[in-house]
Design a protein around this ligand. Structure first.
Ligand SMILES: *[C@@H]1O[C@H](CO)[C@@H](O)[C@H](O)[C@H]1NC(C)=O
Ligand SMILES: *[C@@H]1O[C@H](CO)[C@@H](O)[C@H](O)[C@H]1NC(C)=O
Ligand SMILES: *[C@@H]1O[C@H](CO)[C@@H](O)[C@H](O)[C@H]1NC(C)=O
Ligand SMILES: *[C@@H]1O[C@H](CO)[C@@H](O)[C@H](O)[C@H]1NC(C)=O
Ligand SMILES: *[C@@H]1O[C@H](CO)[C@@H](O)[C@H](O)[C@H]1NC(C)=O
Length: 434
């Protein structure tokens, strides 16, 4: 399977060619301070997951959009509580996560570049001896603080379908197109300079398929066994992040854990908690405007429904925002209406593209108590050669996923997203973290 290549790649390769040995090694070794971790795009020069082979810009966009289809199916399967996730043909969910952070596990610490996922609770880490994992694994027997968790422990009761091998608690589950087997384990997790002793995670022993992120998954959801639940005293279920643009080579995005140093002046909207999918960050989107026009969208397209999982979430793992069909159609039609004298063309799943320069109208998402107007960079994608520009959103797929609006990472880049569970709010503020 070909790794998708993001828009930055041509630029990246060009710059790397011009400055062959520019100090990226030095930059990549910058330590994380306090409770703040750097967030890297997977195609950052410091990421080992950047693609080795170049794809055309069009292929890149098609791949990103295809990966999103699988991601959306994953998200809605969580809502529906189904154990088997249907997957788009041949595509692999989260094969390459979009954003990664550096975490350290064990004593002495071993460094892993874990995928950051706001819609998962789990932490999974590939462990030595794992069949089907990538080569960069956690070597548990080199850590003096590593231990497995007994079958009678509360942690064992929180994992899906636990089984007991001897005294150790194990579980199998389906994740994307993969089946994984893991042993519930504990060790010291160090995030920036904060040690989290006895952190419970799944130590992967077998992976069939390639959906599991190569160096582990850091779930930032808020369900049982999540990082937030396990660091309640330390971080009080509060964090914020700023995702660097995938057009940027510099990685200065950040994940800030805990209530200290969070932005005080920030627009917020209430977080909704869906007990059927406790880890997703639902909010109440009440409308969308294009320019000054408040779109006429049927309320059912935006309504939150605990039982069906309908509503709006913010997700760090989906690349392009998806809106429930009637909402997307209303937005697209008004957007097109305002672009005069240019013919609309399409590119893969994007149906509103132009081959001439356009002056785009503003798009505003209205949430309870908070309006977010997207800067141009969060709204449009441009080919490297500048020959095609697309509205970087699409309709939700016409299947079981059709009820969920997903505000995705392309639309979140260069903003600080605050998740404040104790005060039950999600905040957003413009911040150039690129
Ligand atoms: C640690 O585990 C690995 C893989 O399971 C094994 O190859 C290695 O010999 C072990 N090292 C020690 C010190 O036990
Ligand atoms: C879990 O997966 C492992 C490795 O694939 C397999 O050996 C084991 O039988 C599975 N256990 C269950 C309960 O499915
Ligand atoms: C990173 O950003 C700095 C400051 O904006 C800039 O001077 C530098 O050229 C950038 N480096 C790369 C590799 O893009
Ligand atoms: C749009 O497409 C039509 C039909 O192909 C063509 O006649 C017209 O010149 C195009 N308009 C622009 C502005 O490119
Ligand atoms: C958001 O926008 C709507 C429509 O323009 C406006 O009526 C409302 O007062 C705004 N709300 C906030 C919190 O700015």
């Amino acid at each position: 399977m070909r790794p998708p290549l993001f828009l930055s790649s041509l630029l990246l390769i060009t710059i790397l060619c011009i400055y062959p040995s520019q100090g990226s090694v030095h930059k990549c070794d910058l330590p994380d301070h306090g409770s703040t971790l750097q967030i890297m795009h997977i195609y950052s020069p410091c990421s080992p997951f950047r693609p080795s082979r170049q794809l055309s810009w069009e292929q890149t966009v098609l791949d990103m959009a295809a990966k999103d289809e699988a991601r959306l199916q994953y998200l809605s399967s969580l809502v529906a509580k189904r154990s088997i996730v249907p997957i788009a043909s041949g595509r692999q969910l989260l094969q390459t996560p979009t954003y990664i952070v550096r975490a350290k596990l064990g004593t002495p610490a071993q460094t892993l570049l874990m995928a950051m996922d706001t819609s998962s609770d789990a932490a999974w880490i590939p462990c030595s001896g794992c069949v089907g994992c990538s080569s960069n694994v956690f070597v548990a027997n080199l850590s003096t603080t590593y231990k497995t968790v007994g079958c009678q422990s509360p942690q064992c009761k929180q994992v899906p379908n636990p089984t007991c091998a001897g005294t150790a608690c194990s579980f199998n589950l389906t994740y994307g197109s993969s089946t994984i087997a893991a042993t519930v384990s504990q060790d010291t997790l160090t995030l920036a300079t904060d040690p989290v002793p006895d952190y419970s995670f799944g130590c992967l022993s077998s992976v069939i398929g390639s959906s599991a992120p190569p160096q582990g998954l850091l779930g930032l959801g808020r369900g049982p066994l999540s990082l937030l639940s396990q660091t309640q005293d330390l971080y009080q279920s509060t964090f914020s992040y700023c995702l660097p643009s995938f057009k940027s080579l510099n990685f200065s995005g950040s994940l800030r854990l805990g209530p200290v140093a969070q932005p005080k002046r920030i627009k917020t909207t209430p977080l909704l908690r869906n007990p059927r999918r406790s880890s997703l960050y639902y909010v109440n989107m009440i409308g969308i405007s294009v320019g000054r026009k408040f779109l006429d969208i049927p309320p059912s397209a935006l309504a939150y429904n605990e039982a069906t999982g309908a509503g709006t979430i913010f997700d760090s793992g989906t690349v392009f925002t998806r809106l429930v069909a009637p909402a997307y159609t209303a937005l697209r039609d008004e957007f097109r209406r305002r672009i005069k004298g240019a013919n609309v063309t399409s590119l893969g799943g994007f149906d509103t593209c132009y081959t001439v320069p356009i002056v785009a109208p503003a798009i505003t998402f209205h949430f309870t108590g908070m309006n977010v107007t997207l800067p141009l960079d969060n709204m449009l994608i441009h080919s490297t050669a500048g020959s095609i520009t697309c509205l970087a959103m699409a309709a939700a797929p016409d299947n079981v996923n059709s009820v969920l609006n997903v505000i995705a990472n392309m639309q979140q880049q260069n903003h600080r997203l605050l998740i404040d569970v104790p005060n039950s709010r999600l905040g957003i503020a413009r911040e150039l973290c690129t």
